[in-house]
Design a protein around this ligand. Structure first.
Ligand code: AQP
Length: 340
């Protein structure tokens, strides 16, 4: 346990590896906005472009997706006056600390990471070295801010545990109490939004099937079509949460409803228990369109002036480096690097 008191600070990021999905929004961004507005933390939010290129990204698409992600953050309620909003590669201390952590993390730890196994597929020999080292860079993203809390979706739990292992080993090896043991914040009804086509698969921006996800840029008709076609079962909705067991697709739609409406799953089932999907899906469409359309409209407005987005990111990088440069300098001193 650390005796040092760290400034309550939140860090989290999203990869510009495609368009934002409803999974990213409900599992991550909506929580980012809540934590920003709680006022109990300094908040730093990041487009993690260095992570995105661990699998091939077309350069034009990467630049577009990075700006669009920034627009998505702002349109969803991240206020650059209240939070530091950055693009990862513009703050070089992330990558510099990651190199130190590459020497702290052990091969065996990395080999246990399920995300590497999922993303590398069968041909691990052909995966990039960066994909293997991804969790060490993620630990650096967090710890270069001495972040105390990280809001994430359920899929990132293992990486957060690894971040704590890296902090613990660094502190132990160098006999310091320098890096905090960061707490994951995995909360809400939609910490794992599933594919609309397969209730056993996570909704993902890189899923080849566009029908599997709701993109934050989808218009009202597209959202309606995707929800109407979402895979379900023939039974009516139960009135109790227990009745959703073994019904992954039904549970997914109920979770999405609850998260969008800021309700608990119990409340949704109290209102809709007994309803057939023929009635529940239109209610979900109305709710999704009313919550998501203002965000996509604002994203389009912001994307019409990318110079302004670039200015926000440049200012964010400057603010971020006021935090990251001294932490890197202290890390180098601890490690024994002559840094002048
Ligand atoms: N389906 C999801 N449900 C809940 N949370 C999710 N997140 C992602 N998908 C879901 C959360 O979004 C944050 C950013 O994720 P990321 O972009 O860094 O990477 P990812 O988890 O790999 O997301 P994708 O959409 O699946 O991207 P690709 O397809 O490029 O791999 C994280 O907090 C994550 O938990």
């Amino acid at each position: 346990m650390s005796d040092t008191t760290f400034t309550p600070r939140v860090f989290s990021g999203i990869q510009p590896s495609g368009g934002l999905t409803l999974g990213n929004y409900l599992g991550a961004i909506k929580r980012f906005v809540d934590m920003q507005n709680e006022g109990a933390y300094e908040t730093v939010y990041c487009m993690v472009d260095l992570h995105a290129i661990t699998v091939w990204q077309d350069p034009g698409d990467l630049a577009h997706n990075t700006r669009e992600l920034a627009a998505g953050f702002i349109a969803s309620g991240i206020d650059p006056e209240k939070s530091i909003l950055i693009n990862q590669s513009q703050v070089p201390e992330h990558a510099q600390l990651a190199w130190i952590f590459n020497t702290v993390a052990r091969m065996g730890w990395m080999q246990r990471m399920t995300q590497f196994k999922d993303k590398a597929g069968k041909n691990t020999q052909n995966a990039s070295l960066g994909l293997f080292a991804y969790p060490a860079l993620m630990a650096a993203d967090i710890l270069i801010y001495h972040a105390t809390h990280v809001p994430v979706g359920d899929d990132q739990k293992q990486h957060l545990e690894l971040t704590r292992d890296i902090a613990t080993k660094f502190n132990h090896d160098y006999g310091v109490d320098f890096f905090p043991l960061t707490e994951p914040v995995i909360e809400g009804a939609a910490t794992r939004v599933m594919s609309l086509r397969d209730g056993s698969k996570k909704m993902s921006k890189s899923d080849p099937s566009d029908a599997s996800r709701i993109n934050m840029t989808d218009d009202a008709d597209t959202i309606a079509k995707k929800i109407r076609k979402a895979k379900t079962d023939p039974d009516a909705l139960p009135s109790e949460v227990k009745g959703l067991e073994d019904r992954p697709e039904a549970r997914n739609l109920v979770n999405i409803y609850a998260a969008l409406a800021d309700m608990t799953v119990e409340q949704v089932l109290a209102d809709h228990g007994g309803a057939q999907f023929g009635a529940f899906k239109p209610a979900l469409v109305d709710l999704a369109v009313s919550k998501l359309s203002p965000i996509s409209t604002e994203m389009s407005r912001l994307m019409a002036d990318t110079a302004e987005i670039d200015r926000v990111l440049a200012r964010g990088a400057e603010q971020a480096r006021n935090i990251t440069a001294p932490i890197l300098k202290q890390t180098y001193d601890i490690v024994g690097m002559v840094s002048g």
